[in-house]
Ligand binder design. Structure first.
Ligand code: ADP
Ligand code: FBP
Length: 304
């Protein structure tokens, strides 16, 4: 079974407008309210690609209810823990013609008992399960949260995928995550210097592998991605061409596509990379997250 954990789900309020001007009233051209948060997006896309998952994490308030409702419509299984107070955040994504601005909330308070309830769920995972730990942690929790979970899972043969930034990511490396997926900007942020060439990015990924990461998938938005495998091979692919419509969730879609390609091909990493890229791009080229037919169209063009 594949489990995703989203500590900090969100309702994504995505608006388009020609230009964003601060200090005045802006009017939108259109608006969308979509269930989001990184693990949830991974679950939605895996479900679209025909793979069942269970979405775990914490929800609260009316925004949490709406996420549960949307997941129900998709047919995604969830076992969220409902927080006794607070509100699942509403993240604002302003898509103007020339630039994108995002405001991500810090999320509700999670109590010790509520955290314990998640641990109880995680303790039921079994050998050969896949666990996706993705996204930020509400500010009430320590930044070694993912590390604590991986420590707890250490005695089991579970492949753990981590999509997180800064300390949340670097602290899990000694626990040998199966896959990490930083984007090129997040990688530069970790190393505190610009990483502008492919050689720079590969060298940085190899540093993370020395610290324990297995496969490192570096996404580069419209420029595609680089995969540095656990045994040091480098695979690259450009992204397919298309019209950018909504890049929210492109990275999460890439993680879902990678898992799908990897599982379907019995671990062929080039195939997994193609699936990852085409699933990310299929989400970027559509209003909603990628569907299987959209991914298949892109796969047929990228492999030519
Ligand atoms: N503008 C784009 N054009 C084509 N593909 C894109 C675009 N933006 C994202 N993608 C696809 O989605 C993947 C992940 O996007 P990226 O923006 O790097 O991730 P994140 O959302 O984690 O920052 C890319 O590797 C690419 O395949
Ligand atoms: O947990 P974080 O890092 O604040 O990110 C949450 C946001 O990331 C998303 O999951 C999208 O992520 P990507 O665009 O990186 O795939 C949104 O749905 C959500 O608003």
């Amino acid at each position: 079974m594949i489990y995703t954990v989203t500590f900090n789900p969100s309702l994504d309020y995505i608006v388009h407008l020609p230009t964003l001007t601060t200090g005045t009233i802006n009017r939108t051209e259109d608006e969308l309210v979509l269930a989001g948060g990184k693990g949830i997006n991974v679950s939605i896309v895996l479900n679209n690609l025909g793979i069942n998952t269970t979405a775990l994490g914490f929800i609260a308030g009316f925004s949490g209810d709406e996420i549960v409702r949307q997941l129900g419509e998709f047919g995604v299984s969830e076992q969220f823990i409902r927080l006794s107070t607070g509100l699942t955040r509403i993240n604002v994504k302003v898509k103007a013609t020339s630039e994108e601005t995002e405001i991500n909330g810090h999320g509700p308070i999670i109590s010790d008992d509520e955290l314990q309830a998640l641990y109880t769920q995680l303790d039921t995972l079994q050998d050969n399960d896949i666990l996706v730990l993705a996204g930020s942690i509400p500010s009430s929790l320590p930044s070694d949260m993912y590390e604590l979970i991986m420590q707890r899972m250490e005695s089991k043969n579970i492949r753990i995928i981590v999509d997180a930034t800064k300390d949340l990511l670097t602290k899990v490396l000694p626990y040998k995550p199966f896959l990490i997926k930083p984007n090129n900007h997040e990688l530069s942020e970790i190393f505190g210097r610009p990483l502008s060439t492919q050689d720079d990015l590969v060298a940085a990924a190899k540093e993370l592998q020395i610290q324990g990461a297995q496969h490192v998938l570096i996404s580069m938005a419209g420029d595609g991605a680089i995969l540095i495998s656990a045994d040091g091979q480098v695979f690259t692919s450009l992204a397919p061409k298309g019209t950018l419509i909504n890049s929210v969730g492109a990275g999460d879609s890439m993680v879902a596509g990678f898992i799908t390609g990897y599982e379907q091909s019995n671990g062929d990493l080039q195939e997994a990379l193609y699936w990852g890229i085409c699933t990310g791009s299929a989400s970027a080229f559509s209003t909603n997250l990628a569907t299987k037919p959209e991914v298949e169209v892109l796969l047929s063009t990228i492999k030519k």
